[in-house]
Design a protein around this ligand. Structure first.
Ligand SMILES: Cc1cc2nc3c(=O)[nH]c(=O)nc-3n(C[C@H](O)[C@H](O)[C@H](O)COP(=O)(O)O)c2cc1C
Length: 366
């Protein structure tokens, strides 16, 4: 056996995942990124079945399953993630200037609930470092760049505009992240007038950039139906390309009483599934056929299917990978391909929105 194979075999597999789960969460995350940088990752099992191909906002995806933002904040491993078999990889959130984020500890696992709480606070190396890595990088997956604002910025809108200018030429799509709970004031950008101004500036910068890179807006699950109405109305008057629903929640339903449940920050993973899927379906009812990427609590092939049926065109996940490893990606893709065949359909896109009403009303849950 060659040295490379020897190293490759056990890494990130069951045994090593147990070791990672015994480490401090942020140390384990750093170790995972380092391992991926060294190429110590299982390869995807061949090409994706053709049923999983789809077109999203003009982008061709080999499959609808993406890595959510926050895993590769500094765009260090998008190529490796593509090789692992994700249909899309979203790097970031990236802010104009490097910032250290909140003091540690700021990342907590709640293993009993397959949940995570984080208050990272956009720790990242800034635009220039990420841009240098991305320019010329050949990523097999669709590459998303998620952009944000510096905590101490005196003009949040200008920070997003700078992100569009910086990354338009290297990204397949951009995500405007205004839904992190860990940058004070950021979520206020979701409100009516602020959102109108932000999207006006961002989309103007996009049209000046020379390339028509699709722009997605990522929203929080902690919005009521009036707020969803307002967002739908504002975006309906723009040429925004799509939504990502949702970011983490500041609520704690499903984890009350568990160790770390009272930590400040955003909750993700399994307990976020029903809330984020309901918001997704409610948004689907408001935006017609606008592309929506569904994120939040996907932890199995069944939950991935439910997200699509609630109204998502494509999906992303992060927290469940911490507990289940990258094998989950193959399981989800296999489950979706068999759901397409079982239902006598031709492509995964035909699963989208088959159960939107039940999810929007709260009748459906997992
Ligand atoms: C540790 C951690 C860091 C995250 N950082 C970001 C981020 O920088 N930008 C962002 O848009 N979302 C971020 N997210 C949110 C995820 O992209 C995703 O929306 C959320 O975790 C719900 O999906 P999940 O339940 O599959 O994890 C982060 C999530 C976690 C767990």
């Amino acid at each position: 056996m060659r040295l490379g194979d020897l190293l490759r075999a056990p890494l990130l597999s069951g045994l090593t995942r147990e070791a990672l789960l015994r480490m401090d969460p942020e140390t384990a995350h750093g170790a995972t990124i380092s391992a991926l940088k060294l190429g110590l990752a299982p390869e995807a099992r061949g090409a994706d079945p053709k049923e999983l191909r789809l077109s999203l906002a003009g982008l061709d995806l080999a499959n609808p399953v993406g890595m959510a933002a926050g895993f590769d904040k500094n765009a260090e491993v998008p190529r490796v993630l593509g090789r692992l078999g994700f249909g899309m990889v979203e790097v970031g959130t990236i802010t104009p200037r490097a910032q250290t984020g909140n003091p540690r500890p700021r990342l907590f696992r709640l293993p009993g609930a397959e949940a995570v709480i984080n208050r990272m606070g956009f720790n990242n190396e800034g635009h220039d470092a990420a841009f240098e890595r991305l320019k010329g990088a050949r990523v097999s997956a669709v590459l998303g760049v998620n952009i944000g604002a510096n905590k101490d910025s005196d003009d949040f809108v200008a920070d997003y505009v700078a992100g569009v200018r910086r990354f338009a030429e290297v990204a397949d799509y951009l995500t405007i992240n205004i839904s992190s709970p860990n940058t004070p004031g950021l979520r206020n950008l979701q409100a009516d007038e602020a959102l109108t101004r932000l999207l006006g500036a961002v989309l103007k910068a996009r049209s000046k950039a020379g390339v028509r890179v699709p722009v997605f807006l990522k929203i929080a699950p902690d919005l009521d139906e009036t707020a969803l109405d307002d967002i739908a109305r504002v975006i309906g008057a723009t040429d925004l390309d799509g939504l990502i629903v949702s970011n983490t929640t500041i609520t704690r339903a499903g984890v009350e009483g568990l160790p770390h449940a009272a930590e400040t920050g955003g909750l993700s993973g399994r307990p976020l599934f029903n809330l984020s899927t309901r918001r997704l379906a409610q948004m689907r009812e408001r935006v017609g056929s606008l592309p929506i990427i569904g994120v939040g609590g996907i932890h199995s092939p069944e939950s991935a299917l439910a997200k699509l049926e609630a109204g998502a065109n494509a999906i992303q996940l992060y927290s469940a990978l911490v507990f289940q490893g990258f094998e989950l990606l193959d399981q989800i893709k296999a489950g979706l391909a068999s759901a397409v065949r079982r239902n006598g359909l031709k492509t995964v896109s035909e699963l989208t929105g088959r159960n939107t009403r039940a999810w929007a009303s709260g009748e459906a849950s997992l």
